[in-house]
Design a binder for this molecule. Sequence first.
Ligand code: AR6
Length: 231
Amino acid sequence: PDNGSASLGHAVNNVTDGEELEMGSPGGTVSSCNVPTLAFPSISTADFQFNIEKASDIIVEKVEEFVKKLGDARLVLVDLSHKSKILALVRIKATQKNIDSSKFHTFVGDITRLSSEGGLRCNVIANAANWRLKPGGGGVNASIFSAAGAALETATKERAVSLTPGKAVIVPLPSTSPLFSREGVTHVIHVLGPNMNPQRPNCLNNDYIKGCEILREAYSSIFESFASIVR
Ligand code: AR6
């Protein structure tokens, strides 16, 4: 995959206190520097109905593993609402495990408006995609494809036509995409998580042995993809 390192020259509003920051939070300590940052949603825990206790354990486990390998790059778990249960669980567990809060934190906001509305500059975002890599379908996938415009659809098709569970694909965003020009996002990493929703393809019928294995693989795929972009 193309992972041009030219993408890293963005000014980043660095959130230094590691606490959950709210959109436009006036209390946040914000400083400007060039820190490669990945924003990612909680994979599989909404439409795909994956258990959030189990998912939060896996997020924290994988973040702990990868923050050590990422140098000064940062990871940010994002969700839309202040009432997000997954953000609350992950915050507690990350604190218990003493994860470096300058390398990882949670953030409430729309992943397609982190810079313009949240003041959080992220050069890479991850997407909880569907296996056909199609726009629409609701959730974060629909938001990202809609905010990125046709440029993302075209660029995605050039890279892959489908995904198997646990796998990711890196898509460099053309500079014509509003997500690039407005938000400073240079790459989207699509990942397909494990599905526990009987109404969706490849339902695992509550097999959490398999499900947890695939969710771990999904986060490894996202973080390894991000590392390859940052390198
Ligand atoms: N910004 C930040 N987080 C969001 C946003 C947003 N704009 N929208 C949703 N979330 P989901 P899944 C959070 O359902 O469970 C799609 O139809 C949401 O609150 O998007 O992996 C695809 O096409 C939750 O915490 O993904 C697939 O078919 C997280 O993002 C299927 O859903 C993931 O929720 C994938 O289901």
